[in-house]
Ligand binder design. Structure first.
Ligand code: FMN
Length: 172
């Protein structure tokens, strides 16, 4: 089985979650972890399981404007975050607009977001799952959120939970 985990990340947390999901999946064979800018349709050729994750911005998936706001946040004198090397984009929203997903591909979505009820925070995985479905992929699991704290650091235990979630995907 070939699995690919595609991620978008401004401050590095979604990257870390993507890497741990991939570790969970690795028992089943080859797993690639690709930043969204490298996840061309060619790079997805022959993929059996596509897992896609991104940060929640303004209750949903990022936009160019929210990514600019994240940039600004990282440049404040009191910033507690640094930009991920892949933060220049593109975002998942733009990626989905020009994506072709292999026929018969199975898929799952995740996001990172603030602590609290999803009805208040929003969750990017809702839009990601919707787009995966529209592109013809078969969703094999409920989408999942992994939580960051007020300083935009992954909450303790979330990285392990991401690995377990990845492992669980293999059962579906
Ligand atoms: C511009 C901006 C808007 C945000 N809006 C939300 C939001 O509506 N809900 C939420 O739970 N988190 C929100 N956050 C927090 C992000 O979800 C958090 O920074 C992200 O999960 C960290 O992932 P990353 O390190 O991969 O960028 C926002 C962050 C930024 C920079």
């Amino acid at each position: 089985m070939r699995a690919v985990v595609v991620f978008e990340s401004m401050f590095g947390n979604t990257r870390l979650v993507a890497e741990r999901v991939a570790r969970g999946l690795s028992a089943a064979g080859e797993v690639d972890v690709l930043p969204v800018g490298e996840a061309t349709s060619e790079a997805l050729d022959g993929v059996d399981l596509l897992v896609v994750g991104g940060p929640t911005h303004v209750h949903g998936m990022t936009t160019p404007r929210t990514r600019d706001a994240a940039h600004e946040q990282s440049h404040r004198p009191d910033a507690s975050v640094t930009l991920d090397p892949e933060a220049e984009g593109p975002g998942l929203r733009e990626w989905f607009d020009r994506l072709t997903i292999p026929a018969g591909c199975r898929a799952a979505a995740f996001d990172t977001r603030a602590r609290g009820p999803a009805v208040l925070t929003g969750r990017a995985s809702k839009g990601i799952a919707k787009r995966l479905d529209h592109h013809g992929a078969t969703l094999v699991a409920q989408s999942e959120s992994f939580l960051v704290d007020r300083e935009n650091r992954l909450v303790a235990g979330e990285a392990s939970r991401a690995e377990a979630w990845g492992k669980d995907l293999l059962r579906n």
